[in-house]
Structures are given as structure tokens and as C-alpha cells.
Design a protein around this ligand. Structure first.
Ligand SMILES: Nc1ncnc2c1ncn2[C@@H]1O[C@H](COP(=O)(O)OP(=O)(O)OP(=O)(O)O)[C@@H](O)[C@H]1O
Ligand SMILES: [Mg+2]
Length: 507
């Protein structure tokens, strides 16, 4: 029904509202990113659905978030409802075939899909600070914490590792301040408290192992279709910061892990970022700059990023400028801000002499949009008023039973379901504290015997009381150092952090 090099999106209309021509997204420009915008109920999710279907059929894996649960229907065969069949006729989609798509459900909370996890270490200080909404000073401490963990070979996997490390840092605040700059007990304490809040919000599920393998969201089926990873995001949306940080992390992981491939016939993966405004809402400028950088550079890794949001003004201009394939659904224009949004949206299109863009945006019907895809040489096509095709899969949510069945039969079933808690910073620091305490106790014992004798190899026999106490410290320090050395060698390599501060593997 569609040739191999493009995805059929719908049909554009002539000024008299009759059929004009098919509108298509060229797969070779699928990595030039995209934007789907429109007010509530105007057809954004369905547009996302038909794009995801198209990519999957072309063999391109897709990752998308399902904010309201209504995207889950993509895993089920569609039904010939009257309004869908009528729409198919209007856009000359013939034959209109129904299809179910290969879906892998994911859920940060592990309830509506396979648990999806990242380690603290992979997440990195920049994204964590954003997640925890830290002040600049606290972020500084967080950076130092990661540096100490890297240097001392402390594995940061889950929230309790980070808690243990912070507790350790609070104890050593004076020493660490001298070495790295300002590490105050109150700022460490503030981070610890934020961490508790994060834990209460259920983020503990998300941090730990087994962490997501990127390969698992880049699967294809035996019959050559791209898997569609659907992230259950209804509950996640109650913690927008976690939602945004998670997706940013995933994007930066893709960026760090995938090789440079240049321009391909079709993307290697397409990423839909629903409620994209949450990414940028009160985000610090550094972060926006980095996101802009990742979006710009990830293209040459064959990844297309599609932002879905109500209002194009939600997206920073520099990012907006990189989104080549555009679907603009209806916007309201009652308030001055809304009118401004309509003008901005209209101005971003290459104009069509047949109609006034700004007027059209306010008049579009449900499932109708102004569409401009990149055409030859990657130039945006003249904007067209387009009826979007109906989906081949089910419109609307699936039942819990249907979901359970798909999860049970998924290719990653069993891989992520159990948490693995291997030895990491929490256990290491516990051990370290115990060894230090033992050493202290030993020294104390020797001291309490009233003896002037010091421990061999650390002092001369004439040592004063003062010296003895410093010797005790030395013993304790030595114990700590030996532990640090042994765990240090288990990491044994410098840790390089990527653009978003997340861990770059395999370097
Ligand atoms: N291309 C289409 N073909 C047929 N029906 C459509 C199409 N697009 C939208 N519709 C109809 O409009 C309804 C609302 O569309 P959709 O859920 O995509 O809106 P939305 O913009 O995602 O809304 P929200 O902002 O509330 O999530 C759909 O349930 C469907 O009935
Ligand atoms: Mg929607």
C-alpha cells in the first residue's frame, strides 16, 4: 500500500476541499526529527500512532511514551468502525488493512510493563541534580560526590548507594572541602533529604540493576518489523521531573552508545517524546543547551526524535529549528498567548498561496493537520492542509488482560523482572566503616593498656601521647585505604561522562 521509502500520512486537500495528493514522510529523512502539535483532542496521539505504525512496518524500532494509556491499542488489530472506514476512503487509503504491531510494554514502576531501570552512575550528576531540583551549590556537591565515587571505585547503582555515599561525604566534609572545594554538611544534608522525597515518590524502583540494555529497544521481529516500545507513562506523569529526566537519560544513552552512521535509507530508531514541554519547563539553560546538542548530534547516529506537545512555543527555538517533519493540528486562539502560538506555528511553515496558515490552524478538524515533511534535498515541503489517515491498529486503550498477555509473551520476559542487588557503594562503605571501627577499637585497646608502645612500623618508641593519637588515625586511615584500593581496582578504569553527564560505556 505504501512504497518502501516513505510512510503514508494522509491526503492533502485542494482549496475546494477535494482530494489533492498523498502526503508522505520520506524514511531517508526520518532522522531529521519531527514535531506533532495541537490542542487537546485534536488528533496528536493518533498521528503519533500512524507514524509509529509506519516506522514499524518499515523495520524501524520505535520508542514512545503512552501518557493516557490510549496508545496501547497499537498492539491490537484495528476494527472497521464507520468513521475510520470513511476516513480511509477520503484519503484514498485502499485497501484499508488492519494490523497489530509488535509491542514491548515498559514501566518505570514495573506494573504495566517490564521494569525499566538505570543505575545512578549511568544517570550522572547533571540529570540527577535536575531530577532532584538541586540548587547550584548542591549540584556542585553532587558533582564532587560522583568524582569521589569514580576515584574511590565506589559503584553507584541504586538510591541507597547514593545515600551511603552522601552520609560518608558528610562525615568527611572538612577533609573533602580542603581537597575539592565547598562541601558543607548542610548542603549534603539537603541533598539527602531530597533523596528521601524521591524515594517516597517511587523512584527507588527505577534506580538499580538490571539496567535497560539499549539493544532491547532496538529489536526487530522475524518478519522484519520494528518493535514498538511503549512506556506506560500515566503514573509517571504525576512526577513530571522523573518522566523528563528518564527520557533525557534514554536519549543520552542512545547518543553515547550508538555508532556514527551518517545518513541512512531509514532511521535506526525513532523516539517519540510526548508532553515534550516537560523537558524544558524551568530547565536550567545548561540543560537546554545540552538537549539541543544531543538532538542535533543524534541524527548522525540514525535516531529520529519526534516531539509531541500542545504548543510549539513549548519548545526552545534552537530545538524547534531542528525538527524537520511537522504535523500541526488545530490550536485555539482565544487568549493573547494562544494567538501568539498560532502566529508562531504558522510562521514556521513554508507558506502555501492557497490558504492563510494562521487562519487554517484555528479551523482544522479533528484528525486534520497542517503537514510539512522534508522533501528532496531535505527541504521542507510547502505546507498542506491534510486529513490524517486512520490507524491500522486499535484506536484507544487495551484491557489489562490483553496487556498481561503481551507482557508474558514479550521477547524480554524474565530479563528485567527481578532486581539484582550486587555489591556496590552501600555495602562497600558499610564494610569500610566496620573496618575503620575495628582498627579504632584495636588501637584503643592497645592504648588502654597504658603502654607507651606504638604499633610497629608507624612510630618510634619515644612517641608522645599526642603522636599516639595520630597513629591511631593512621591505622584507621590505612584500613580505609586498603579497602579503597581493593574496590578501586575492581572498577579499574577512568570513567568518562557524556554530553548529559551520563556514563559513557565502552570507552
Ligand atoms: N487520523 C484520524 N483518523 C480517525 N480518527 C481520528 C484521527 N485523529 C483523531 N481522530 C479521532 O479523534 C480522537 C482524539 O484524537 P487524539 O486522541 O489523537 O487527540 P490528542 O490530540 O492526542 O488529544 P489529547 O491532547 O487529549 O491527548 C480520536 O480518539 C479519534 O476518534
Ligand atoms: Mg493524546
Amino acid at each position: 500500500m505504501v512504497d518502501e521509502t516513505s510512510i503514508f500520512i494522509g491526503a492533502s486537500r485542494k482549496p475546494d476541499d477535494s482530494y489533492q495528493r498523498a502526503e508522505e514522510l520520506l524514511l531517508r529523512y526520518g532522522n531529521r526529527h519531527g514535531l506533532v502539535t495541537g490542542a487537546t483532542g485534536t488528533g496528536k496521539t493518533v498521528s503519533l500512532q500512524i507514524l509509529a505504525e509506519g516506522f514499524s512496518n518499515a523495520g524501524v524500532p520505535v520508542f514512545c511514551a503512552d501518557i493516557k494509556g490510549d496508545l496501547s491499542g497499537i498492539s491490537m488489530m484495528g476494527e472497521a468502525k464507520d468513521f475510520l472506514v470513511k476516513r480511509a476512503e477520503q484519503v484514498k487509503l485502499d485497501p484499508y488493512q488492519f494490523q497489530e504491531f509488535p509491542v514491548i510494554f515498559w514501566d518505570l514502576f514495573g506494573e504495566q510493563g517490564h521494569p525499566i531501570r538505570a543505575t545512578i552512575s549511568e544517570m550522572g550528576p547533571l540529570l540527577l541534580s535536575r531530577l532532584m531540583n538541586l540548587t547550584e551549590a548542591q549540584e556542585g556537591v553532587m558533582n564532587i560526590a560522583f568524582r569521589i565515587a569514580d576515584e574511590e571505585g565506589l559503584l553507584l547503582l541504586d538510591l541507597k548507594d547514593l545515600q551511603a555515599l552522601l552520609a560518608n561525604i558528610a562525615e568527611r566534609a572538612d577533609e573533602l572541602s580542603a581537597r575539592y572545594g565547598n562541601v558543607t554538611k548542610p548542603s549534603v544534608g539537603a541533598i539527602q533529604r531530597t533523596l528521601l522525597v524521591l524515594e517516597q515518590q517511587g523512584a527507588a524502583n527505577f534506580f538499580g540493576e538490571p539496567a535497560l540494555r539499549i539493544a532491547d529497544i532496538m529489536r526487530t521481529t522475524r518478519d522484519g518489523r520494528g518493535a514498538i516500545s511503549v512506556l506506560a507513562a500515566d503514573k509517571l506523569m504525576m512526577n513530571p521531573r522523573l518522566y523528563a529526566t528518564f527520557l533525557l537519560w534514554l536519549m543520552s544513552e542512545l547518543f553515547e552508545e550508538l555508532p556514527e552512521v551518517g545518513d541512512l535509507d531509514q532511521p535506526k530508531l525513532v523516539f517519540f517524546f510526548d508532553e515534550a514541554h516537560l523537558l524544558f519547563e524551568d530547565a536550567p539553560k545548561v540543560l537546554i543547551d545540552r538537549v539541543e546538542q544531543v538532538v542535533r548530534l543524534i541524527r548522525s547516529k540514525g535516531v529520529g526524535v519526534y516531539f509531541v506537545t500542545q504548543n510549539p512555543l513549548d519548545i526552545p527555538e534552537k530545538v524547534l529549528a531542528q525538527l524537520g517533519n511537522r504535523v500541526q493540528h488545530a490550536l485555539r486562539a482565544y487568549t493573547p498567548r494562544e494567538q501568539q502560538a498560532v502566529r508562531t506555528a504558522a510562521e514556521t511553515f513554508r507558506p502555501n498561496p492557497d490558504f492563510d496558515c494562521a487562519t487554517a490552524i484555528t479551523q482544522l478538524a479533528t484528525g486534520e493537520a497542517l503537514v510539512s515533511m522534508l522533501e528532496d534535498k531535505g527541504v521542507p515541503a510547502m505546507v498542506q492542509r491534510t486529513l490524517i489517515r486512520p490507524p491500522s491498529s486499535r484506536l484507544g486503550p487495551i484491557t489489562p488482560d490483553e496487556r498481561r498477555k503481551i507482557i508474558a509473551e514479550s521477547p524480554v520476559a524474565g530479563q528485567y523482572d527481578q532486581v539484582v542487588d550486587r555489591e556496590s557503594a552501600f555495602e562497600m562503605l558499610q564494610k569500610k566503616t566496620k573496618e575503620a571501627q575495628d582498627a579504632e577499637a584495636q588501637a584503643q585497646q592497645q592504648n588502654s593498656g597504658g603502654s607507651r608502645w606504638t604499633i610497629p612500623g608507624f612510630d618510634d618508641v619515644l612517641g608522645t601521647g599526642n603522636r599516639r593519637s595520630s597513629n591511631r588515625q593512621t591505622v584507621a586511615e590505612a584500613a580505609i585505604k586498603s579497602v579503597v584500593r581493593s574496590v578501586g581496582s575492581s572498577v579499574g578504569r577512568a570513567i568518562v561522562r557524556g554530553i548529559l553527564g551520563s556514563l559513557a560505556k565502552g570507552r
